[in-house]
Design a binder for this molecule. Structure first.
Ligand SMILES: *Cc1c(COP(=O)(O)O)cnc(C)c1O
Length: 364
């Protein structure tokens, strides 16, 4: 076959997602499998959200509202921003891709941390960009290092706050200092996929920066705490001009109607989700304690996942856990050859994880 794609397509390593539960059951002939690999909410949507989805399913013969009118209205009210400052995406991943497509061309540069969320790099390479990766220090952003990586061709700087897989965040003072003398024609993309899990006093709310920094784009998602990963809905908040640029690239019906209804219901059922965030925090403490008692090193996390240093080949640990019915994330693809990332699951799942991890580490 002599069909070749555009120049940059083959340069990109395909993104490998966490393995689905059904695949592992089928391949290994296991009856029960738990997945702690993609930072999903283990409890699922609230009863109110499920009812809203059922109601919306009756009209899926119609195209969705391409403008997300009701979702936009409710979210703008809750966030205290104008409706034209919002864009919705098929997951917040889509907003990352739209921003790169809108602002980054061949030979332009993008600054990211290393390791960081893989989509930043993939989306940039697809546009033919040069990606400047600045290593984390102690699993935290090296903002002075990132500033040094900026040059006349820099178009976007990505800040995952908190980032994945490290699970740490950039404090407000450091972020403000970083922004203060940067050129204002660079997009500062602040990815807040785990915003709802961070309660530290020095954690900056990216939306507060928009007034002083119209070059900031903030994204959040309904996939993580709100438990709608399978529906695909996230959003971006930015200056209305930026939103207008992104909207020109956006497909007209990119957010389906069930996702829109579910997202609105989530926003109106915050009490339920606050309890989920609380449960995750309690389980995080349980996991810390258990890991400590096993003498296993980990990074303190401000999210619903923990990066664990297994001090041996991470792929072997990942495979052994999989054989025992637990899917976690091997961090080799991020260059962390002795680390695994585990999502904080339900109480039962976390206890099982600790038991199996203990077994597996003793074997190695
Ligand atoms: C999960 C995640 C996202 C986005 O997920 P969507 O489901 O596309 O909204 C974005 N950034 C980071 C750092 C994530 O971990």
């Amino acid at each position: 076959m002599n069909i070749t794609p555009k120049e940059n397509i083959l340069k990109v390593k395909p993104y490998i997602p966490g393995k689905p539960i059904e695949d592992v059951k089928r391949e290994l002939g296991l009856k029960t499998v738990i997945k702690l690999a993609s930072n999903e909410n283990p409890y699922g949507p609230s009863p109110k959200v499920l009812r809203a989805m059922a109601a919306a399913s009756r009209t899926v013969n119609r195209y969705p509202d391409g403008a997300c009118f009701y979702l936009r209205h409710e979210l703008a009210r809750q966030l205290g921003v104008e409706e034209d400052q919002l864009i919705f995406g098929n997951g917040s991943d889509e907003i990352i891709v739209l921003a790169v497509r809108a602002y980054v061309g061949k030979g332009d540069e993008v600054v990211i941390a290393q390791p960081s969320f893989l989509i930043y790099e993939i989306a940039s390479l697809l546009e033919g960009a040069i990606v400047r990766s600045v290593p984390l220090r102690d699993f935290r952003y090296d903002l002075p290092g990132m500033k040094k990586a900026v040059n006349a061709n820099t178009k976007i700087i990505f800040i995952g706050n908190p980032d994945n897989p490290a699970g740490t965040y950039v404090p407000r003072a450091q972020l403000l200092e970083f922004l203060s003398d940067l050129r204002r024609d660079i997009i500062i993309f602040i990815d807040e996929a785990y915003f709802e899990y961070v309660h530290e006093k020095d954690y900056p709310n990216g939306i507060d920066l928009l007034r002083s920094y119209p070059n900031v784009i903030v994204t959040r998602t309904f996939s993580k705490m709100y438990g709608l990963a399978g529906l695909r809905v996230g959003y971006g908040v930015a200056d209305a001009k930026i939103i207008d640029h992104l909207n020109r690239l956006r497909e007209p019906f990119n957010v389906n109607s069930i996702a829109q209804a579910a997202a609105i219901a989530c926003l109106k059922d915050k009490g339920f989700y606050r309890r989920i965030a609380k449960a995750v925090e309690e389980e995080r403490i349980f996991l810390y304690k258990s890991l400590k008692s096993m003498n296993v090193a980990y990074e303190q996390s401000f999210t619903n996942f923990i990066l664990i240093n297994v001090k041996t080949d991470s792929s072997i640990i990942a495979q052994k856990l999989m054989k025992r019915g637990i899917i976690i994330r091997d961090m080799k693809a991020w260059g962390l050859n002795q680390y695994i990332r585990v999502t904080i699951g339900s109480q039962k799942e976390n206890r099982l994880l600790i038991k199996m991890l203990n077994e597996v580490l003793r074997e190695s």
